[in-house]
Ligand binder design. Structure first.
Ligand code: SAH
Length: 343
């Protein structure tokens, strides 16, 4: 069905940009991957689904920043793309150690998937406000803490190639009535031969987050896979937990691109915000006391020792998610440094 739509659009308008292709494949209201299905845990699994310690330590991170902000009576807590709600449920369990923090929270979930929304509501024992876009969160005078785990990587991304001073765009076209990737010549463009990506939605959202942090104070914790100085073409597809071709299983496979932490940092600095990281996820979790918390859990649940250890290794080992995933914090005021970023 989605394939037919793509064929039709290409026939009418010519080759599609990669971001238009991702937009239809991921967000078509009835056939897109994030449209209606329960995606998380089917084609991919995420850190909060691997270990409860992940969400708990993010809770501890947020409590620390709340205390640094002088324990404001109200605090907006935002999660971008909360999946099954596991991270937030673990976060809120940790929040109980600081009753004033738990009391101050007004939670906003930025989610478009109706099925995941209902799963989140049954997982999270707290009242939740829902919006589909970050900018719909009402502005107020209270500080704001924003968390995003594996959110930016789904936002539609374009890919460009410069070869011999000519700029090409990676597009999706038809050849013998089959969808294929192709490079479309755009303009003369002086510079070294290079391939790079740009995600207009990511830049827009990062500007909104930065403006909000500047106005309201607070912090943003972004956890994802990505690079700091970007070159390359990182579009990838996962179908039933296996890598697949982005043009097969359209609307049925998860499509992601690595995120450009360097661009996020640039935007934050332009807004005079503080920035820490990106730091490998393994390092960040260890800095936050991952080892100690794991030991406590193993002590309390001796029968689960082995599975707890497997989860711990997956999240922190450099050859697993420990180095592939990175953590970056953006905060305001810039002088108020968050914990967890010791190198
Ligand atoms: N953070 C979760 C889930 C990551 S999957 C975890 O770590 O387990 C991406 C999540 O973002 C899903 O909940 C998906 O429905 C949601 N999502 C994807 N694109 C979105 C968009 N443009 N706006 C709002 N939510 C989106």
């Amino acid at each position: 069905m989605l394939e037919n739509l793509l064929h039709q659009e290409i026939k009418e308008k010519g080759p599609l940009s990669q971001s238009r292709f991702m937009e239809l494949a991921l967000y078509h209201p009835t056939h897109g991957y994030y449209g209606a299905q329960e995606t998380v845990g089917q084609d991919f699994t995420t850190s909060p689904e691997i270990s409860q310690v992940f969400g708990e330590l993010i809770g501890a991170w947020a409590i620390d920043y709340y205390e640094k902000l002088g324990q404001p009576p109200k605090l907006s807590l935002v999660e971008l793309g909360p999946g099954k709600g596991t991270m937030m449920a673990d976060f809120l369990r940790m929040a109980k150690v600081s009753p004033s923090f738990a009391q101050a929270l007004n939670i906003y979930m930025v989610e478009i998937n109706p099925l995941l929304k209902s799963i989140q509501q049954s997982t999270i024992p707290h009242s939740l406000n829902y919006v589909e876009k970050f900018e719909q969160i009402p502005e107020n005078d209270s500080p704001i803490i924003i968390i995003a785990n594996e959110f930016f990587d789904v936002l539609p991304t374009n890919c460009y190639v410069r070869k011999e001073n000519v700029l090409y765009e990676k597009c999706i076209d038809l050849q013998d009535d089959q969808l294929c990737f192709t490079l479309i010549r755009r303009i003369e463009n002086k510079g070294p031969d290079q391939t790079w990506e740009e995600s207009p939605g990511t830049l827009r959202l990062m500007k909104e987050i930065s403006t909000r942090l500047l106005k309201q104070k607070g912090a943003f914790l972004c956890i994802d896979y990505g690079y700091e100085e970007g070159s390359g073409d990182s579009l990838q597809a996962l179908f039933k937990r296996e890598p697949s071709q982005p043009l097969s299983h359209i609307g049925k496979s998860d499509l992601t691109c690595h995120i450009n932490f360097g661009r996020l940092r640039e935007i934050s600095l332009l807004h005079h915000l503080g920035v820490k990281g990106p730091l490998p996820q393994g390092r960040f979790l260890k800095n936050m006391g991952f080892g100690l918390r794991m030991e406590m859990l193993k002590h309390k649940n001796p029968s689960q020792k082995e599975s707890l250890e497997i989860g711990a290794t997956r999240l922190t080992h450099p050859q697993q998610m420990g180095a592939l995933f990175k953590v970056m914090a953006v905060f305001s005021p810039a002088s108020l440094l968050p914990i967890g970023f010791e190198e």
